[in-house]
Ligand binder design. Sequence first.
Ligand SMILES: [Zn+2]
Length: 160
Amino acid sequence: MKGTLQPSFVPSKRKYLFCGDQEGMERLSSVIEKVRKDHLPFESFMVNGKQETDIARWMENQKMGSYLYIAMEWNRLTDVKKIAEECGFSEEEAQYIGHGERFINVYCFKCHQKMKVNSGLIHSCTTCLQCHLVLSISDHYSSLHESYLGYAATTGSDLS
Ligand SMILES: [Zn+2]
């Protein structure tokens, strides 16, 4: 999942839904301010101490035409995005804002294994755990593999 670091306001929605952890809510504060100021209908849901089933119940009770913002730690964001999708929110009806440490999947082009690495490693190298090939991690995200694609690292040829 890609997701973003900062939310952006999407106008003309029937209702605005804000779902996040403490830091996530702070990241959403500019959008929440805007919605308050324009007197638009909104609801917020703090996930701290809440179970995934509580989140699902809250989302299921929302009406069509609502726009959803979810802001929380990357680790939890993926799970909550799945819940949102199951509750019928499409990509066009939601924004996902992540913070904190992030792990991404890298897909080895050679042996087709996936592995988790820190997102800071995009544009640098890692070694495939299975075939031990040195992989260069690209910023090409494949939704088919739910991973960033790893290619064979070029060795020295591009050094001048
Ligand atoms: Zn491999």
